[in-house]
Design a protein around this ligand. Structure first.
Ligand code: TRP
Length: 341
């Protein structure tokens, strides 16, 4: 058993798409099978509450994300898979850390600063408006909740997207400050940003992202998947013209789903001139072949929410084997303990 503890949170807003799958879900699922590392994966539903106040959507997204990860083969016997809100020690630790975190540190968070600068530059009365308009305390303290997620399980490695690097630095800062005061209890996590995973472009050629509204959801019915792939924007070069695979978003997606022999063969087809229509059809067949079995599994799971819930409850029990005793130690250390002891 290596000493590494890998932990990552999955925000439960929106429906997982092909870009999420290739960039984050697939590598995490592969890692979940490694018997030599201890890993924790969780649905960050308290984080999703920051952006969404629609109870139905909050609930639906958790269900979709959990079903997707299980359907794609997350090893929930090996990895601990749980829902953040099932671990009451996390919000407790969040409050404790909140009291030990400088407000100035949170003032520097990119997400918060972006919201403020948008307010300051907006409209004709720019500069006179409330700079904190629309900013909840949840958004402001987001990095502290994330630090609690990580520090609670003594994670050593945290795989995240580039946009989360600052949050990891903050988690380290918070942990150092705590340790300085109360003794070495918290483990400083390291950020892991995988530079090799490909970033897929979406329907319009920009990076596939929920915020651009250009995604291809993972578990669309086959017909809809084909329809969306046919809609991916291409240039107007004629069918027989030689094409450059390295600037083709169709090829980029193909490459993420086909093996290396198939990719080499496809490069030759590009050089000879393949029509975009044929390429789209091949791309659809390739992506569909990978997603076909998980899609069936996903549909079965969605039809059986009690089973999904039972997987999460099993994960919560396992997670609390760590969080309950550790929070007790932390409370002891900070003086929140029975009178006189
Ligand atoms: N903030 C992360 C994101 O948006 C999700 C997340 C919440 C997370 N808590 C975490 C990631 C703890 C890693 C560790 O992607």
């Amino acid at each position: 058993m290596s000493k590494d503890i890998i932990l990552t949170g999955i925000t439960t807003t929106g429906t997982p798409h092909l870009g999420n799958y290739v960039g984050a879900i697939r590598p995490a699922i592969e890692a979940s099978r490694d018997r030599h590392v201890k890993s924790f994966y969780f649905l960050a539903d308290y984080h999703s509450l920051i952006k969404c106040h629609d109870p139905q959507r909050i609930n639906q997204s958790s269900m979709e994300v959990a079903a997707a990860w299980i359907a794609l083969g997350l090893d929930t016997d090996n990895a601990v898979f749980y829902r953040q809100s099932d671990i009451p020690e996390i919000p407790e630790l969040t409050w404790i850390l909140t009291c030990m975190t400088a407000k100035g540190l949170m003032n520097r968070a990119h997400a918060y600063k972006a919201a403020v600068s948008e307010n300051e530059n907006a409209g004709e009365n720019a500069g006179t408006r409330d700079p904190d308009k629309g900013v909840s305390m949840g958004l402001f303290s987001y990095p502290i909740l994330m630090a609690a997620d990580i520090l609670m399980f003594k994670a050593t490695k945290v795989p995240v997207g580039r946009d989360q690097i600052q949050h990891l630095e903050m988690a380290r800062d918070i942990a150092m400050r705590f340790n300085h005061h109360f003794g070495e209890m918290l483990v400083l996590p390291e950020v892991v940003v995988d530079e090799n995973t490909s970033v897929l472009s979406g329907l319009d050629g920009r990076k596939m992202s929920k915020s651009y509204n250009n995604t291809i959801p993972l578990f669309l019915p086959e017909k809809k998947l084909r329809k969306l792939i046919m809609k991916i924007r291409t240039d107007t070069s004629p069918p027989e013209a030689p094409k450059d695979p390295d600037t083709s978003s169709l090829f980029a997606i193909y490459q993420a789903f086909a093996d290396s022999d198939a990719c080499s063969a496809m490069r030759r087809r590009y050089a000879e001139g393949i029509s975009w229509g044929e390429m789209k059809q091949i791309l659809f067949e390739t992506v569909n072949a990978v997603l076909d079995t998980p899609r069936r599994r996903y549909e079965e799971l969605v039809a059986d929410p009690e089973y999904i819930e039972s997987v999460l409850q099993k994960g919560a029990l396992r997670a609390r084997e760590y969080s309950t005793p550790f929070l007790a130690k932390i409370r002891q250390a900070i003086g929140i303990r029975p009178i006189g002891r």
